[in-house]
Write a protein that binds this ligand. Structure first.
Ligand code: C2O
Ligand code: CU
Length: 457
């Protein structure tokens, strides 16, 4: 979809992306490389991108819960890379943060990631090296940790939404990559929207069918408000973690960059009809995909079986009454009036900060500091008290842990959206030893300074 010239999508068959699954101790090979990609079949000249196993998004990796799977990552790029497993509560050495948990993987080199995910659910993986470039070029994929016993569904579908800044011939707009305007405003927002890497992506379904719909926002910076237009839609998981199923009343799922929602949808609508999936941007409505109801009737009555996911170990964690209070002030950005900040241990005025491409600060510090924001003993409860004191919204992400956002009680998230000038707390138990990042998942904000870390000893 191009954001300026949008019509209801035509037919076209959905081509499922490659899936790699593991049962038991899986071993999966991933290769990061540069190459050509077509967003639609009849695209004249292909787009030069970066991808995992030549797929956009990268292959859907399915691994079992609680067992070790191995992913061997080969770097065929001409620059260093790494892979971060977004939302997985895994060992610190496997978190994929160059300079903190591993060395960057040099061109021609490989790295073995050993993943033993405690929680089932919908996750994703992406480059964590020069992320603002590598993610914009396409280095991301879907990761599913399978439940031992999942609710019965007829189809398990992925809806990974992304936006791309391309010209009219679908060529990557490199001229604006790294633009300070983007970094100080809302990030690199694309003008083309893809679902699972396709510009035209309908889902073929039948009346009465029960589908699991795994929705992920893998864009660099755009928060997506998506209207599903299927009345029998219920949310069963958020950021991978099961929630008590609830009806999607407004029909709208809002996903900040990095966030996920799993839905169970019982398809309604007459045979041979369709319903659009729409992206709402301000007062504009764009159709980005659709459910195409075919001529078959799967069942007349809705399935009665339970849609509740089995609990994850995460669901059993209790937050204690008292926790360590950690203030986190977010300053900077366009119209933010930031005058100075500390960068690389030295106080700089705004001009010097801009020369260093730093325009955001956590507690007055721009970029990754030498010392952690806080250091706690394993098992300590932490309340990150966020004061989003600037004119922009931010998607706050914590590595290796899930937290409860005060405004969404009972939901364990790994990424939380804060609107301009919003204040609120993220509470969690720091129970995973190691060094972990906290950053904005609007990747240009992260690159522009919104990044810090904490240590669990
Ligand atoms: Cu998905 Cu550090 O990020
Ligand atoms: Cu941000």
């Amino acid at each position: 979809m191009k954001a300026s010239s949008l019509a209801l999508m035509g037919g076209g068959l959905f081509i499922p992306g490659p899936a790699i699954s593991g049962t038991g101790a899986a071993r999966i090979e991933l290769t990061a490389s540069k190459g050509n990609y077509k967003f639609e079949q009849d695209q004249q000249s292909p787009t030069q991108l970066m991808f995992f196993n030549k797929a956009i998004p990268g292959p859907v990796i399915r691994i079992p819960q609680g067992q070790e799977s191995i992913v061997e990552l080969h770097n065929d790029l001409d620059e260093p890379t790494s892979v971060h497993w977004h939302g997985l509560r895994i060992d610190n050495e496997m978190d994929g943060v160059p300079g903190m948990t591993q060395d960057p993987i040099q061109p021609g080199e490989s790295f073995l990631y050993r993943l033993r995910p405690p929680d089932a659910g919908t996750y994703w993986y992406h480059s964590h090296q020069r992320t603002w470039g590598q993610l914009a070029f396409g280095l991301a994929g879907i990761l599913i940790v399978e439940e031992d016993e999942a609710p019965r569904v007829d189809q398990d579908l992925i809806f990974a939404v992304d936006d791309w800044r391309l010209d009219d011939h679908l060529q990557f707009d490199s001229a604006s990559l790294g633009s300070m305007h983007d970094w100080s405003h809302g990030g690199r927002l694309g003008n083309w929207i893809t679902i699972n890497g396709r510009l035209d992506h309908p889902y073929r379904v039948s009346k009465g069918e029960r589908i699991r719909f795994r929705m992920l926002n893998i864009a660099n910076a755009r928060t997506m408000k998506l209207r599903i237009n299927q009345p029998l839609s219920r949310v069963i998981a958020i950021d991978g973690q099961p929630v008590k199923p609830y009806e999607l009343k407004s029909g709208v799922v809002t996903l900040a960059p990095g966030q996920r929602s799993d839905l169970i949808i019982d398809i309604s609508g007459e045979p041979n009809s369709g319903s659009p999936i729409e992206l709402l941007i301000k007062d504009q409505v764009y159709t980005v995909s659709s459910f195409e109801v075919d001529g078959n009737i799967k069942r007349q009555e809705i399935l009665e079986s339970s849609i509740t996911l089995p609990p994850n170990p995460m669901n059993r964690i209790q937050l204690p009454q008292t926790s360590k209070q950690v203030p986190l002030h977010i300053g900077g950005g366009a119209m933010g009036g930031m005058q100075q900040a500390i960068y690389q241990g030295r106080e700089m005025g705004i001009q010097e900060l801009i020369q260093n491409k730093k325009i955001w600060a956590f507690n007055g510090i721009a970029g990754l500091p030498d010392s952690p924001l806080f250091k706690v003993r394993r098992g300590s409860a932490v309340s990150l008290n966020i004061d989003n004191d600037n004119a922009w919204s931010h998607a706050m992400h914590i590595h290796g842990h899930h937290f409860i956002d005060q405004k969404q009680p009972g939901v364990w998230r790994d990424t939380a959206l804060f609107m301009r000038e919003e204040k609120g707390s993220l509470r969690f138990v720091a129970d995973n030893p190691g060094k972990w990042l906290i950053h904005c998942h609007m990747i240009e904000h992260q690159a522009g300074g919104m990044i810090t870390w904490f240590e669990v000893t």
